[in-house]
Design a protein around this ligand. Sequence first.
Ligand code: AMP
Length: 420
Amino acid sequence: MRIRVPRGTRDIVPDEMRDWYHLEEKLHEVARNYGYREIRTPIFEYTEVFSRSVGEDTDIVAREMYSFKDRGGRDIALRPEGTASIVRAYLEHRFDALPQPIKFYYYGPMFRHDNPQLGRYRQFFQFGVECFGSERPAADVEVICLARDFLDLIGLEKTVLLLNSVGCSDCRPLYQERLLAHLAPHREELCSHCRVRFESNPLRILDCKTKSCRDLFRDAPEITFNLCPGCRTHFETVQDYLIKLGVDFKVDPGLVRGLDYYTRTAFEFVSDDLGAQNSIGGGGRYDNLVEILGGEHTPAVGVAMGMDRILLSLEGRGREGRGQARVFVIADTDSRLLPSLKIVAEIRRAGIAAEVDFGGRSMKATMKYAGKKDFSHVIILGEREEKRGKVTLRNMNTGKQDEFTLAEAIALIREDRDSI
Ligand code: AMP
């Protein structure tokens, strides 16, 4: 049997790359415009980085993480998300000793052993940003606006921003008690996962998608109305700034997100186009995480956007792409292959994408190949052209062809490119 790609992963084939490049270009642009600098961390870390930060009892760590012992017997995990690694690197490089706030962005593959379905993969790509060293609501708003700008720029203006506050270590325990008191009489009606969460991580019950659980907490107390004064003011200020900046949002008191480290602001961007996996990206504040991983108390806020889902929801929109010239250089016989290699090198030096025919086929077969491969121009070097120091340039869109010097041909290709 032929070997296939592992379940839940997929190849991104060349035809799809244009869309990926487009998104990647935009993510770098937006992040840099906001003053965030790129950081690249390894795709695996010591397991502890995630178990201590994301939380032992979260789905991500307890059930979805690819963790194993390496050959040296160390506990290693493929990163299921970006923030924990960035915090680890923040401390490791003593970025905490630099003037704050300090801002990073990252982009790369993440790994979760979840049940694959449309929009849910075992390897997926996230673009994320993290802002360290400010507890002010303006930092939360900046991160949200950055994500909003990115989505707007790539054509996902319709995604909806959901906003909540999950409180802090002062008010959350009190809220959890109230929630547990509400759910306790119905404990046996909870799904099997939520019965475990009831003990270990009650807030996560609010995140359950099972209908019977959702029905149970429909009239449960809402965290939004159980915040301490500090968290309430913070949440109100975030909302006030967003309103005044013209950023639409909906408060969703059930939004708790799947990671333990969030404090105060939690938010998510959801899309109608995606069915069950409707979350395009999300983030929030994590004021205790740096401390949990061994640093000083450092408030921070961040967001992670799922690139695979973004591409799915953009699919079929026919994004407008800038035209691009692609030139194919053909020699009529093998004896002119070397001059054709020199010609292709010169065209590339002029900043135009060009390929050369490797020879060994009839001119007719070669032209047929060029037609199928969507080249915008073909340059032919034959005996007559070589004698006159010229080349034949054919515009594959119009079918027009004529003889030119190579310099003239390059100028014409440029003109055509700019008018595509
Ligand atoms: P999270 O790290 O769980 O907050 O997720 C942030 C974003 O990453 C989500 O909104 C999704 O767009 C994306 N994401 C998370 N898990 C997956 C997955 N298994 N497959 C594809 N995208 C994912």
